[in-house]
Design a protein around this ligand. Structure first.
Ligand code: ADP
Ligand code: MG
Length: 620
């Protein structure tokens, strides 16, 4: 179906076919990785020297671009040309960013980093990283990738996701899906053991902290809640420790380069404390004659207790938001969860030992690789496909060719949504339910999924029938739409099959079009709505005049006709405000007539007609 991008049943490759290459990419703020599932094992792909982690750092120089550790090595020489943490600025506009540091400037509304090689946008920087990861995979696997799954934080909004997608396209990669990082981590742990339950994913990386509560049910992850702090990560631990070291080594003024060196020393010291209770930190790389500083783990823990507590507060809030009473599994993600204090406090908070058997740096990329392998078309028939959200909105056509959305895009599945509709015309006995998909306001701009008819609605005046339309997307991504007339219980339904799947790039194109046309679409919708209202008023009043026109004297009749004429004329124009104003005036002009009709119908009800009159009517 349209809904979710799944490979079609039967599309699995024949036994002799080449296994397709799907890559899982963890595009991190600090570090990035690429992993591949070969049908047996998931391996994170390393460079020639065996390093699997690629620092998310890009260095621009006259001969081109370097990425990763060699870019990092260049920081000291030309730090304006070396860009780190670009992920923080992905999909952000000038107004979203309070402090971008000196590297950042805004060109119109787009952010870019000023380098000696010209302005570089966060999308371009990320694209360079993705390109380097793809190169690495090409070398390691001696094959071109058929598609990639890139992970993004669960809290990323549309603009941030769009920017990530753009970066991949710029790098020439085919994006199978953007996968939420916590879902990827849960896949890495969950697929093999086939578990059910509520999972908390605690992800403390270099620059960000994210916590997510997921529910896993029949192989489908539902994101119940996300939280965290986009300005809390390993870097803050480095900073806290750097300040402490600077103070204890008695260093006052530091140059920018010494300051960076100090941060590097702090980071190494922090990481060393993960494996050692106490260490001696040499400061000689910062200032050659500075004395070393003695440091133990508990001192480091007190220095950074505030940071740890901030993460726990966010966890508590997330549990409240998810409305769960218990968490069955806790998954640790991100290099900073190696700090022993993290396992301790997280275990205490959730009341169970966290899962950490997979390297916390690699777990997200590994989960993404598993997912990429499925999405690229290598899955066998009985393997469960993991779906978590609807990529595009689902809705029905309403009067005037407008779309009423029932399931907004990015809704986690399984999901059920219902809404009541009514008839538009007196005596209407049938209703066509037209199911559409897309983000645009008008049906013609959306994708038509299915159409079915609900018959046998008892004849009633317009607006009296109550028809409940229910959208249900099940765990396998099948959409069932049903319509039920409430007084008679008559119902009809349709099931839309996954075989009509949209490719990811079509989804992206539909989203792009919806952003582009958003303002015009909204105006068109308002005009259509006003026109429908006016049309209904004209029709209803004309019918009433035919039945009870004798109630008006010639001057009243002339005034009402003039008001109707004015509205009819205005209907042709495209001016929403003028149409609304004329509508109000016309509606007011009908009030006296409506009152007279009301009086007449009351008189009739009170017995204006004799039994003889009835007999005569029935047997003329
Ligand atoms: P991101 O996802 O933000 O790119 P990562 O998950 O790669 O970040 O985590 C990077 C962070 O993990 C850095 O701050 C790094 O110092 C920290 N880190 C890595 N190894 C250790 C360790 N052994 N002890 C403590 N922190 C570590
Ligand atoms: Mg990470």
């Amino acid at each position: 179906m349209v809904l979710l991008q799944i490979a079609e049943p039967g599309a699995a490759p024949a036994a002799h076919a080449r296994r397709k290459v799907g890559l899982g990419i963890d595009l991190g703020t600090t570090n990035s990785l690429v992993a591949h599932f070969d049908g047996q094992d998931t391996q994170v792909l390393a460079d020639e020297s065996g390093h699997s982690i690629v620092p998310s750092v890009v260095h621009y120089h006259p001969d081109g671009v370097t990425v990763g550790s060699s870019a990092l090595a260049a920081v000291d020489g030309a730090h304006h040309d070396t860009i780190a943490s670009a992920k923080r600025f992905m999909g952000r506009a000038r107004d979203d960013v309070s402090d971008g540091g000196h590297l950042l400037f805004a060109e119109g509304d787009t952010l870019a980093f000023a380098t000696s090689q010209g302005p570089k946008t966060p999308v371009e920087v990320s694209s360079a990283i993705l390109g380097a990861l793809a190169d690495r995979a090409r070398t390691a696997l001696a094959q071109e990738a058929d598609g990639v799954v890139i992970t993004v934080p669960a809290y990323f909004d549309d603009a941030q996701r769009q920017a990530t997608r753009q970066a991949a396209e710029l790098a020439g990669l085919r994006v199978l899906r953007l996968l939420n990082e916590p879902t990827a981590a849960a896949i890495a742990y969950g697929l093999d053991s086939d578990e059910e339950g509520v999972i908390a994913v605690y992800d403390l990386g270099g620059g960000t902290f994210d916590v997510s509560i997921l529910r896993l049910h029949r192989g489908v992850f539902e994101v119940l809640a996300t939280g965290g702090d986009s300005a809390l990560g390993g870097d803050d631990f480095d900073l806290a420790l750097a300040n402490f070291l600077q103070h204890h080594a008695g260093l006052n003024q530091l140059t920018a380069s010494q300051r960076r060196q100090l941060l590097a020393v702090a980071r190494q010291a922090k990481e060393a404390l993960t494996h050692n209770e106490a260490i001696r930190v040499s400061m000689s790389t910062v200032v050659s004659d500075a004395p070393p500083v003695e440091l133990n783990r508990s001192a480091f823990n007190s220095l950074t207790a505030d940071l740890v507590n901030r993460s726990l507060d966010a966890c508590r809030q997330c549990v409240i938001d998810a409305q769960v009473t218990a968490v069955d599994r806790v998954v640790l993600v991100g290099g900073s969860t190696r700090m022993p204090i993290i396992s301790e406090v997280v275990a205490a908070l959730f009341g169970r030992e966290p899962l950490n058997s997979i390297d916390p740096d690699l777990v997200v990329a590994m989960g993404a690789a598993r997912q990429a392998d499925v999405l690229v078309g290598n899955r066998t028939g009985d393997e469960m496909v993991l779906l978590d959200v609807t990529p595009l909105s689902l809705g029905v056509e309403t009067y005037g060719g407008l779309v009423e959305r029932l399931v907004p895009r990015n809704t986690t599945i399984p999901v059920t949504r219902a809404q009541e509709f009514t008839t538009a015309r007196d005596g209407q006995t049938g209703l066509v339910v037209h199911v559409v998909q897309g983000e645009r306001e008008q049906v013609v701009d959306c994708r038509s999924l299915a159409r079915f008819e609900l018959k046998g609605i008892p004849p009633m005046v317009a607006g009296a029938a109550r028809i409940l339309v229910t959208f249900q997307v099940d765990a396998d991504g099948l959409l069932e739409v049903s319509a039920r007339e409430e007084t008679t219980g008559t119902s009809a339904h349709v099931v839309v099959k996954p075989a009509y799947g949209l490719a990811d790039d079509q989804v992206a194109e539909m989203l792009r079009a919806s952003y582009e046309h958003a303002a015009a679409d909204m105006q068109a919708r308002q005009l259509t709505e006003a026109q429908i209202e006016a049309q209904q008023l004209l029709e209803a009043t004309t019918a009433a005049l035919e039945a009870d026109g004798d109630l008006l004297d010639p001057s009243e009749r002339a005034a009402l006709d003039a008001a109707l004429g004015a509205l009819r004329d205005q209907l042709a124009s495209n001016d929403v405000d003028a149409l609304r104003q004329t509508f109000d005036q016309t509606a007011k002009a009908t009030e006296g007539f409506a009152a007279k009709r009301m009086d007449r119908s009351i008189q009739e009800a009170l017995g204006g007609l004799s039994v003889a009159d009835f007999d005569e009517e029935l047997n003329p």
